[in-house]
Design a protein around this ligand. Structure first.
Ligand SMILES: Cc1cc2nc3c(=O)[nH]c(=O)nc-3n(C[C@H](O)[C@H](O)[C@H](O)COP(=O)(O)OP(=O)(O)OC[C@H]3O[C@@H](n4cnc5c(N)ncnc54)[C@H](O)[C@@H]3O)c2cc1C
Length: 366
């Protein structure tokens, strides 16, 4: 086992070659990275496997050419709120480092009666990352060993360790496993690889997600009087955010729109041209409800989130079991993510923390 200092001294190429660890964490979203950091701090050797090229999962940022420069645009999580003491302490630490900034206390609401400022009772600080939300993931991942572009396609309990196989054919081994991917993506891996984890399956099956089509659009001028709009009872639109207002330098407007779940679900299997058409349709709808200029962006991109937000959470901060093998105690398996503790960044963070605590207790025989 290696401590945090020691593991940080391992060279990048050594890290990249390593295929075994004390613990493998699947998923480099908030839950996975927070969990891995805690385990590393406890002195364990940890390896994070992530299917995408980037870090952060749904805390996602694209770099886009806009007004002659490359600017970050958040197309997943838009802002953070902090209700629990533990998460607020982390937020304060990030504010101190300049990684987070308070964006606004008051959003707008668009409902049948039109656009209005949010009810003052709902006002609270909303925090954003001026360099884009993925910076938080990069910050969390700095001391960690993360293999990106590594999609785990099978899990197998061997006599004394887990064996994981990635899509690229690479095999990985670890004594303990933490899975932090959305429940619908984890279910087939568990059903195929670990039928004996049947006690977890009903909980995973109950964690359903809703989809979201995100539209990113850039404009040359206009100064809207709002930063973020929650759209209520709208057949197509759920959210509209002025992404450019999160950045440190003044920029012509970049707007991020999120389609409602029902409307977005119409495009789950759509190809690129159909998605582009859906994006234009959402902009035209927003223009009709808010301001005509929204229909005519200089550029537009569409991103489909198949598993955007959990409809219901399990109510348990993380799930854990020991998978029976010939080794006396069985192999520890812990599952975490926003589908456990609450479908926001804060919920994922709390779940990741809880997963690390649970695993450390299992490993110490508690
Ligand atoms: C459009 C949208 C808007 C949102 N707005 C907000 C908001 O304003 N505020 C807020 O607090 N929250 C918001 N959220 C929710 C927030 O983003 C999530 O709750 C949180 O980021 C979830 O983190 P997680 O670690 O649980 O999961 P994820 O971020 O989904 O991380 C899971 C990771 O696992 C990886 N993975 C999946 N399968 C595999 C595999 N087989 N092998 C390896 N890796 C795999 C994925 O690529 C991903 O990186 C929003 C989400 C979306 C989609």
């Amino acid at each position: 086992m290696l401590g945090e200092e020691t593991q940080a001294a391992v060279t990048p190429s050594e890290r990249a070659r390593s295929t075994s660890a004390d613990v493998i964490v699947i998923g480099a979203g908030v839950a996975g990275l927070v969990c891995a950091r805690q385990l590393l701090r406890a002195g364990l050797q940890v390896l994070v496997l992530e299917k995408s090229a980037g870090l952060g999962g749904r805390m996602a940022t694209r770099r886009v050419e806009h007004a002659g420069q490359t600017v970050p645009v958040d197309h997943g999580a838009q802002y953070l709120t902090a209700d629990s003491d533990g998460f607020y302490r982390w937020v304060k630490e990030l504010l101190g480092l300049g990684l987070l900034a308070e964006w606004t206390r008051s959003l707008h609401v668009l409902d049948r009666e039109g656009l209005r400022p949010e009810d003052p009772n709902d006002e609270k600080p909303r925090y954003v990352c001026p360099q884009g939300m993925t910076m938080l993931a990069k910050h969390l991942a700095a001391p960690l060993s993360v293999h990106t572009q590594t999609r785990v396609v099978s899990l197998k309990p061997l006599a004394t360790s887990w064996q994981l196989r990635a899509e690229n054919g690479q095999c990985y081994e670890a004594a303990a496993l933490v899975a932090t991917i959305p429940a619908p993506q984890l279910l087939p891996l568990l059903r195929e690889g670990i039928p004996s984890a049947e006690n977890l399956l009903p909980l995973l099956e109950s964690a359903q997600y809703q989809p979201c089509l995100a539209v990113l659009a850039g404009y040359s001028e206009h100064t809207p009087p709002w930063k973020g709009i929650k759209c209520l009872e709208d057949p197509m639109l759920a959210w509209l955010g002025l992404d450019s207002s999160k950045r440190l330098q003044p920029l012509p407007p970049v707007v991020v729109l999120h389609g409602g779940a029902e409307w977005s679900s119409l495009y789950l299997e759509a190809g690129p041209s159909e998605l582009e058409k859906a994006g234009r349709e959402l902009l035209a709808h927003a223009a009709q409800r808010l301001d005509p200029w929204l229909a005519s962006p200089q550029w537009m991109q569409v991103h489909r989130w198949r598993y955007a937000l959990p409809l219901e959470t399990t109510g348990l901060a993380s799930l854990s079991t020991r998978v029976p093998v010939s080794a006396a105690e069985g192999l520890p398996l812990v599952c975490a993510g926003d589908w456990c503790a609450g479908g926001r960044v804060e919920g994922a963070w709390l779940s990741g923390h809880n997963a690390a605590k649970t695993l450390l207790e299992m490993l110490s025989g508690k």
